[in-house]
Design a protein around this ligand. Structure first.
Ligand SMILES: [Zn+2]
Length: 106
């Protein structure tokens, strides 16, 4: 029955690769699948949230948002006013350096 062991190990390594794809421990799920069941391991990995996708989502959210300096809440990048505390974000081009100010009056 060596064939069954090979199939078992092949399934377990497939679960490990699948777990790794989802941002989880490949080695941990490999051993879990070997000792318990590759099918059970696969079901659990599939049922748990995809950590990698979640991390990517969060990174994407952060790149499209900014933190309010007044209340530290996260607001959209395009927001002009903080929806939490009403803080007004400085608008216009944020170019640092010597800008020619054309305020010649009086
Ligand atoms: Zn705020």
């Amino acid at each position: 029955m060596a064939l069954w062991i090979l199939i078992w190990l092949a399934l377990a390594s497939a679960v490990a690769a699948y777990a790794n794809e989802r941002g989880r421990s490949a080695v941990g799920w490999l051993f879990f699948s070997i000792f318990f069941s590759p099918i059970l391991g696969f079901v659990i990995v599939a049922a748990t949230p995809n950590l990698k996708a979640e991390a990517e989502d969060r990174a994407r959210d952060q790149s499209r948002s900014k933190t309010c300096p007044q209340c530290a809440e996260t607001v959209k990048q395009a927001a002009k006013v903080c929806r939490h505390c009403g803080y007004q974000f400085p608008t216009g081009p944020a170019t640092s350096g010597s800008g020619a100010s054309e305020s010649t009056e009086g």
